[in-house]
Each structure stands twice: as C-alpha cells, then as structure tokens.
Design a protein around this ligand. Structure first.
Ligand code: RNT
Ligand code: ZN
Length: 417
C-alpha cells in the first residue's frame, strides 16, 4: 500500500479520535509495548522433538493435514521467524518441554535440564525474542489419564519431577534473558466417565502442586491452567476452573485463562476484573473455540475484542501475559500464526482507542442510552487507519500484503518438505 495514503488516512483518524477524547499517539505507544507469546506448537501440530512419530495424547487434537509442517528444530525456528516478520512489535516464544534440543538422544521427561534449552536461549536472544515455557504432561507412555493426580506414587513422582525440572528450566531462561519466563502448568488429568472419587484426585493434584512449588524462584512466574474437558476425558477434569482459581487465590499463583476452556456462552472477559483482585497476574491462552475447545486460529471476533477491552479498561496491561494457544493443521501454519497474532493485536489496538473517559462519564451519570450509542458508534471509528500506521512504523506488511509473501514461502519452502 502506498505510504502516502496510509499517512493521510492516519492523520484523519487522529483528528476523528481527538473529537471523542482519544489520544492516538498514546495508544500507539502502548501498543508497541504489548508482547504476544507465540506458541511454538502451531508450527508442527504439537509434535515436538522427543518422538516425531508419536501420537498426540492428553485429550487435545490438531486436525487437518496441510502439507509443510516443521519436521525438526531448524524448520520450526525458520517458520517462526518467518511468521514473526509479519507481526508488528517485539514478541515472545512459548516453548513446551518436548521441544528441547536433545541432540538426537532420548531424554526422558524426568531428566530434562536447562542445558537442553541452551540453544533455544541463544537463538531467541539473537532473534530478539523472549522465551516462555510449559511442562508437558501429554504424548508420553506415562501420560495415561492421570499424571500429577495419579494415585500410583511412582507415576505421580515421575510427573512431579518433570514439572520441578520444567520450573528450573524456566528459571534459567528468565535469568538468561533478563525477563521473567512465564511457565504454564497444564495437565490433562481427568476421566471419560462418571467418577466417584473426585476428591481423591483433586487432593493428590493439590499435594503435587504444593511439592512442585516449594522451591522459590525469582526469574520465572508460575501459571496454572484450568480446563472444562478434554477428548476422552469428558466427564471429569481434575484441574477444573474452581480448582485452580482456589489454588491460585490461596497460593498467589497466576491463573491461565484459555479462551477455549469454558462453557461456550461464558464470558472470559468478565473474569479479568475478578482475577485481578485476587491473584497476582493473569496469563491468557487466546484461542477460538468452535462449538467446543477446537483451537481454531484466533480472529478479531467479539470474544477477543471484549477480552482486550476489559484488560485495557482495568489498566492491567502490566499484569496480563498474553499468549496464544491454537493449533490448526488444515491451513498454512505460518499464515495461522500471522492471522491469529495480528487479530489479537488488532483487538488490543481497538481497546486502546476506546473513548473510555466519555463512556465512563455517561455511565456515572446514568446516561445509559448515551453509553450504548457511543459504544456502537465507536465500532466505526477509523481504528484500521491506526493499525496500518502501526504496521508501517514497524516495517511489516500493511493489510493483506503478507498473503502473497506467505504463498511464495509455501511454494518455495514448506511445500517441498
Ligand atoms: C490444552 C491446553 C494447553 C495446550 C498446550 C499445548 O487444552 O490448552 O495449554 O493447548 O499446552
Ligand atoms: Zn491452553
């Protein structure tokens, strides 16, 4: 797109926003500070480097067989950098424990160490990315349907050891990069059918967490992720939202809100202001559930917009860690990163451009028609001109231009895999 045109449209937008009391320059400054944690697992359908032929388990599934998925670390890194080159701003990369640099050896989960992630740390530094981390409970012979909540002490201890080591790795990453590494703990523990000793497994999970969190670290942040149900675990999830909300509030842990992990009519946005009052920070897994936790690519839909708006309205950007979590294997995977990340950013930009002072004044004065009318009119303010400017300033493709670039990369690189 012509630079002149983008600048002209931007100038008009600045004036239009000023009329409703919004400072566009300030919004752009704030946008620049928003880092999104890209989930490494979109590039290879959650396969990892431990066992490239292994089956994905733990009640999650990547559906589709679009050609060109990353088959090794080199390809995965190249694809992620390619995707990042179309995303304005500076961002983070969220690694799972199964993506270690194991050098062709089999390293079991209870044996992983910071050294297996050293090359990631160096690469991330060179690439201008900060790392986040996740322990991995799924896709392992000992995964079964219960890990940290398993009544079998041997299996439970195996997973406790894995998670403790994951925290030590996150600590090493945080220290190396000079920015706390956000470590997410999600386990798939649950059962397919009616469960008659729910308390037992929850007690075990609580005890395992207490043991795991006994070591205090300064360079990593602990997050715990709840879920409604998994495939094959439809009746009972040990780590439900009630469970982790209680645990997080009591033990000062960050609760991860995955937007696909709730009943479909439940508002995730509405949880922000409550969590902020009772837990230290929030971690987001921005996704798009279609009828269930389907992990479709995030789009700029009402759910994501509402979520971003709540965060901005609460002035909570410094307490919310934004990560993505979807895995669509049916379309170009690099394109999936770009679409989902840019959509999330667009939501935050619109939230930053909300005429909040005027809206709040109407609300305080009980002018409810006025509040509704301005909320509606604000939807057509020229945020897109500001978005184009943000892309231009960050030297990334404006508008749909990246489609053609990604097509080219597909033709020249990924389709040949
Ligand atoms: C699963 C959780 C979890 C995973 C990743 C791979 O339902 O959302 O966050 O998607 O850890
Ligand atoms: Zn998630």
């Amino acid at each position: 797109m012509k630079e002149e045109l983008i600048k002209k449209a931007y100038e008009v937008a600045v004036e239009r926003y000023a009329a409703v009391g919004v400072d566009v320059e300030k919004a752009l400054e704030d946008m620049q500070k928003i880092s999104i944690s890209l989930h490494c697992w979109q590039a290879d359908d959650v396969t990892g480097f431990e066992n490239p032929d292994g089956q994905l388990s733990g009640g999650i599934q990547a559906t589709g067989n679009h050609p060109g998925k990353a088959r090794n670390m080199e390809e995965l890194r190249a694809d992620i950098l390619k995707a990042a080159s179309y995303i304005p701003g500076s961002h983070r990369l969220n690694l799972h424990a199964i993506y270690g640099d194991f050098g062709g050896e089999f390293v079991d989960r209870d044996q992983i160490e910071p050294k297996h992630f050293e090359s990631w740390m160096q690469w991330a530094k060179e690439s201008g990315l900060k790392l986040d981390f996740n322990s991995t409970s799924f896709s392992h012979p000992k995964s079964g349907s219960l890990t940290l909540a398993n009544p079998d002490k041997e299996i439970r201890d195996f997973w406790i050891e894995h998670t403790k080591r994951s925290r030590a790795i996150a600590e090493a990453m945080g220290k190396y990069q000079g920015s706390p590494c956000v470590m997410n703990l999600w386990v798939h523990d649950g059962s397919k059918d009616q469960t008659v000793n729910r308390l037992l497994y929850r007690q075990l999970l609580k005890d395992s967490l207490d043991e795991i969190f006994a070591t205090k670290y300064d360079n990593m942040k602990d997050c715990i992720e709840a879920k409604l149900f998994g495939i094959g675990a439809e009746s009972y999830t040990v780590g439900s939202y009630d469970f982790y909300l209680g645990y997080g509030a009591k033990n000062n842990k960050i609760v991860t809100l995955d937007t696909g992990h709730f009943h479909l009519t439940e508002s995730i946005a509405d949880k922000i202001s409550s969590l902020l009052l009772f837990t230290p920070e929030i971690m987001l897994h921005v996704s798009r559930p279609i009828r269930w936790d389907s992990d479709h690519v995030t789009t700029m839909n009402d759910d994501t917009l509402d979520l971003a708006k709540e965060i901005i309205r609460c002035k909570a950007l410094d307490r919310v860690n934004i990560g993505l979590d979807y895995f669509d294997a049916s379309i170009n995977r690099i394109g999936a990163y770009v679409v989902g990340t840019r959509a999330t950013q667009k939501c935050f930009l619109q939230a930053l451009l909300e005429p909040i002072a005027q809206l709040r004044e109407y609300e305080a004065n009980d002018q409810l028609f006025e509040r509704l009318a301005l909320l509606e009119e604000a939807k057509n303010l020229p945020w897109n001109a500001v978005w184009d400017m943000f892309c231009l300033k960050n030297n990334v493709c404006v508008g749909e231009e990246y489609i053609y670039d990604i097509q080219k990369y597909e033709a020249e690189v990924t389709s040949k895999r």
